[in-house]
Write a protein that binds this ligand. Structure first.
Ligand SMILES: [Zn+2]
Ligand SMILES: [Zn+2]
Length: 242
């Protein structure tokens, strides 16, 4: 966290990332009690592989997409369903300037879900979905990196390095239909040092799991470079019921 953000935290009391209501100065995680109770948690029926929320009456264990496509990652977990206040906070984090504290809080919260749902897995290292150099210049930060750093701090894993990089510019995924999203990111990522990921159990972190095309491509790249297995953790997941 930069000096500017530390100053902002000192000068203004902590706020809830979901509703912006002020919190007690002692709050360690920026979420109010009301939001904590009412957020759209992804703890109902969901796809066993990608964690897409499924309608209660949906007859299968897997979503339509996972039934038809192989995923390069073993499993994804998501703390929230991408809607209501959860979607609001993520949009605010991405498009607001200097909203690193939101990413940091969402990372702390995601760590709770990782501890619960991946309790039996020992991760060798954690990585985040990278953005291109141009993207980083434009936005000034990669929210997935901030989330991943907060997760690592909570879980006691070493801070994620830039072993996985994005080497090509890709058009924005939003607005593209499912099939086109995979094509769009194909070959977009690269591992900078195979030795660091060889035979490793990797935790890959991103903000939102939509079709999963991006994390799939990242996991594919990591496995090609020698990773043993890749598990994903994302703050929120959209529904793939349609
Ligand atoms: Zn709140
Ligand atoms: Zn699925």
């Amino acid at each position: 966290m930069g000096i500017k953000n530390i100053l902002i935290n000192i000068l203004s009391p902590p706020r809830c990332v979901f509703c912006m209501s002020p919190l007690s100065i002692k709050s360690t995680v920026c979420v109010c009690h009301g939001c904590m109770e009412t957020l759209p948690y992804n703890n109902g029926k969901r796809c066993r592989i990608c964690a897409a929320p499924l309608d209660i009456q949906y007859g299968d264990l897997y979503c339509h997409y996972c039934k038809r496509h192989k995923r390069a990652y073993a499993q994804n977990i998501s703390r929230y369903i991408y809607k209501d206040k959860a979607a609001g906070a993520i949009k605010h984090m991405k498009f607001g300037k200097g909203q690193l504290w939101i990413a940091d809080t969402l990372g702390k919260l995601l760590a709770e879900t990782i501890k619960e749902e991946y309790a039996d897995i020992l991760f060798d290292l954690a990585l985040y979905v990278p953005i291109s150099k141009k993207g980083l210049r434009e936005r000034g930060f990669n929210q997935s990196q901030i989330i991943a750093e907060a997760v690592c701090k909570e879980l006691g894993i070493e801070k994620p390095g830039d072993v996985l990089v994005k080497i090509s510019e890709t058009p924005k995924q939003s607005g593209l239909e499912l099939a086109k999203r995979r094509k769009n990111v194909k070959g977009a990522f690269e591992v900078t040092d195979d030795n660091k990921i060889m035979d490793k159990t990797i935790l890959l972190i991103d903000d939102v799991h939509t079709t999963g095309a991006t994390v799939h491509e990242c996991a594919k790249t990591l496995r090609k470079a020698g990773a043993a297995v890749v598990f994903c953790a994302t703050v929120a997941s959209t529904s793939l019921n349609k």
